[in-house]
Design a protein around this ligand. Structure first.
Ligand code: ATP
Ligand code: MG
Length: 207
């Protein structure tokens, strides 16, 4: 099995994530791409992130129609901050030693890679795939050649931050996120707080 791994906060998942996953799947002839919503992303400690279950359900809704795309709860179900090395260890346990893992990262996140925990083990566990992202320069952040591939993907200048800000302003998000995700955001009242870059206050179905 050749398995792509797309980690992210997915707050919310948008078409930029899906286009990148689809292009990497095509280029590397992957059997599947696993989306792994982060539990509590340590890079995003400065803002309130939407509840994990909302982010998880949005990735489920967004990928439901594509048989190549699946979701893993490993990061959501593991307590504590999410580190890529733990994600890859858990997926390796789940998929067994025969699976080749390809960890997909946008150009912006790739630039932080040397700050990731256990970069050497990350590289042992997965082949890294850096993909282009508008507004960011795609470059090897100093990893050994052969452990990383830089790949151009269709340029979609979409970010979750922008989607959140648009919802807060009442601007349209159709064609930036899948229709089901747009409906989910409206139904749950996400991102309406009016603070750019901040998620809506946590609202639980039971409260
Ligand atoms: P935020 O604005 O909240 O940081 P985001 O749009 O960057 O959200 P993340 O969940 O942080 O989304 O990103 C998950 C992964 O997807 C990262 O590796 C990121 O670089 C990549 N990614 C996000 N948007 C795009 C895009 N438009 N094109 C290519 N890669 C992307
Ligand atoms: Mg991001």
């Amino acid at each position: 099995m050749r398995v792509g791994v797309m980690g992210g906060t997915f707050d919310p998942i948008h078409l930029g994530h899906l286009a990148a996953a689809s292009e990497v799947a095509h280029h590397f002839n992957l059997d599947t791409v696993v989306f792994v919503p982060a539990g509590s992303p340590w890079q995003k400690a400065d803002r309130e992130v939407s509840p994990a279950e909302d982010r998880y359900l949005m990735t489920v809704v967004a990928t439901a129609a594509d048989p190549r795309l699946i979701i893993s709860r490993v990061d959501i179900d593991r307590p504590g901050p999410t580190y890529t090395v733990d994600t890859l260890r858990d997926l390796r346990d789940e998929w067994g030693g025969d699976a080749d893992l390809f960890f997909i990262t946008g150009a912006d996140a790739l630039n932080d890679i040397l700050g990731w925990r256990d970069t050497d083990e990350v590289q042992r566990l997965a082949h890294l795939v850096g993909v282009t992202r508008p507004g960011h320069t795609l470059a090897n952040p100093g990893l050994a050649p052969g452990t990383i591939t830089l790949l151009e993907v269709p340029a979609l200048a979409i970010s979750s931050s922008d989607v959140r800000a648009r919802v807060a302003e009442g601007a349209p998000i159709s064609y930036l996120v899948p229709p089901g995700v747009e409906s989910y955001i409206a139904k749950r009242g996400l991102y309406r707080a009016g603070l750019t870059g901040a998620a809506a206050p946590t609202r639980r179905a039971t409260s």
